[in-house]
Design a protein around this ligand. Structure first.
Ligand SMILES: Nc1ncnc2c1ncn2[C@@H]1O[C@H](COP(=O)(O)OP(=O)(O)OP(=O)(O)O)[C@@H](O)[C@H]1O
Ligand SMILES: Nc1ccn([C@@H]2O[C@H](COP(=O)(O)O)[C@@H](O)[C@H]2O)c(=O)n1
Length: 212
């Protein structure tokens, strides 16, 4: 089974994806870290983020062993990732890795922006996670502060809105819900309640498809 989770910045995709994968004993891939890793590789060597050829080369040279690097979490890398992810060549370079990850048994949960629309259009279950931007900014600010970073909620909100705008309006693989996605608004749900709602969606699909 493949579960595709998409949604805007800081909507809780990764948190939900990780927990859903744990619940079903599936593998989990936060695809945002891949684009963040491309951005970090470019920033580390002082390359111009606007240069598609450099970004494509960096995408081809990625080392998945480094996807857990804590520096990938920063706001600056998220912003840079949003710039390089708009290059069609970068997305093309990363397509096979994501599809191969999704195809391996026993099942996979992938979260990102284009999982249900481009990477796994035939996913068994598609969930589009949303939350009020102010709620998302508050959660992200608390998360950064818990890591010991300074964070201003208004700046975080502006950053989230800017990134969503860019991700929604790029010509290739824009952020959007697949036509057959289930929208899950967690603005007023805690993490456990969000997980429960997602499991209910997955189970309804399994029962409907005769696999329950
Ligand atoms: N339902 C929830 N209730 C409260 N906090 C939540 C909930 N879901 C996620 N969070 C918190 O919100 C923050 C953002 O969540 P998360 O990193 O999962 O979002 P994301 O959509 O994966 O972000 P990104 O855009 O970076 O991929 C984290 O601090 C997480 O713990
Ligand atoms: N499937 C995806 C996942 C991410 N992106 C881009 O990367 C940026 C960072 O992603 P996070 O999930 O870690 O916030 C994001 O703003 C997107 O531009 C993507 O294009 N496709």
């Amino acid at each position: 089974m493949i579960i595709a989770i998409d949604g805007p910045a800081a909507s809780g995709k990764g948190t939900l994806g990780k927990r859903l994968a744990h619940h079903y004993h599936f593998r989990h891939l936060d695809t945002g870290v891949i684009y963040r890793a491309v951005a970090k590789a470019l920033l580390d060597i002082g390359a111009d983020l606007a240069n598609e050829a450099h970004a494509v080369a960096a995408a081809h040279e990625l080392d998945p062993e480094k996807f857990g690097h804590p520096a990938l979490k920063t706001r600056a890398i998220g912003e840079a990732a949003s710039v390089v992810s708009a290059f069609p060549g970068v997305r093309e370079a990363l397509l096979t890795f994501q599809r191969q990850f999704a195809a391996e048994p026993p099942g996979a949960v992938l979260d990102g922006r284009d999982i249900g629309t481009v990477i796994c259009p035939d996913a068994d279950v598609k969930i589009f996670v949303v939350a009020d931007p102010v709620v998302r900014a508050r959660r992200r600010t608390l998360e950064a502060r818990a890591r010991g970073e300074e964070a201003d909620e208004a700046v975080v909100l502006a950053d989230i809105l800017k990134r969503d705008e860019r991700d929604r309006n790029r010509p290739v693989a824009p952020l959007k819900a697949a036509a057959d996605a289930h929208v899950l608004d967690n603005s007023h749900l805690d993490i456990e309640a969000g997980l429960k709602a997602a499991i209910a969606i997955v189970e309804a699909v399994r029962i409907g498809s005769g696999r329950g």
